[in-house]
Design a protein around this ligand. Structure first.
Ligand code: GLN
Length: 230
């Protein structure tokens, strides 16, 4: 799935790898196409309208579920944004219809009235990263996502709605599997997080990555934070 410039996330990963001389190859996987769990270091699922999600969910379960579990099992990064995040969970329920998800994250999403739309900022504490960092982005979802008892959120909401507008938490993380509602797109606004993902995908520490001149990226990050009022 792809919505709200999800492609920008992939471009961001590609450029930051290229600038460092890290090989990068993008392989798309469409409906009905099998996934090779060993073919990638990072698996990405973007957002989508409810209609697209139905189609993708069916396909994810039928042709990609096992491969995604195998990829996550060998610590490849699996990143789902918005609709993709919802489908990494157990289910997405719309009225009477329950769309099963991949089940890599212990979360359940239910579509409720009104959409949660706006700029959002969250505080995250990640392995390999000292202290708290901020992720800033944009959210637009009708689904409210609730975490299972032992499911860790990705972060704490500083501004915006997050998972459900009431719990004060956003996203979910389990090992190298991450789901978040932040897009617009996520990675160009948070270069540090793009690097964290690259490092996780390569099984190295983020500070082992060659530093880049991030003046523009820092401005983009600050601008996204300002938009969220942080
Ligand atoms: N269709 C989902 C929802 O409304 C996800 C939307 C999205 O990916 N922007 O909750």
């Amino acid at each position: 799935m792809n919505i709200y410039a999800d492609r920008g996330n992939l471009l961001m990963l590609e450029r930051r790898c290229a600038w460092r001389g890290i090989g990068f190859e993008l392989i798309a996987s469409g409906l009905g196409e099998r996934l090779d769990p060993d073919a990638g270091d990072l698996f990405y699922i973007g957002g989508g309208q409810d209609r697209d999600q139905r189609l993708c969910a069916e396909d994810l379960i039928e042709t990609k579920r096992e491969a995604l579990h195998a990829a996550a099992g060998r610590d490849a990064v699996v990143l789902g944004v918005c609709g993709g995040y919802q489908l990494l969970g157990r289910s997405y329920t719309l009225d009477e219809e329950r769309i099963p998800g991949v089940g890599l994250l212990d979360v359940e999403t239910v579509r409720e009235g009104g959409r949660l739309i706006g700029n959002v900022a969250i505080e995250v504490r990640l392995a390999d990263t000292e202290g708290a960092r901020v992720l800033a982005g944009f959210e637009n979802h009708g689904g409210r996502t609730r975490l299972g008892e032992r499911q860790e959120p990705l972060g704490r909401v500083l501004s915006g709605y997050g998972n459900d507008g009431t719990s004060g938490v956003e996203g979910a993380i389990a090992g190298n599997t991450i789901g978040t509602y932040l897009h617009g797109p996520l990675l160009p606004k948070n270069a540090w997080f793009a690097d964290w993902l690259i490092a996780r995908a390569l099984a190295i520490e983020p500070d082992e990555l060659v530093e880049l001149d991030d003046a523009l990226e820092r401005d983009a990050h600050l601008s996204a934070r300002r938009a969220a009022g942080i």
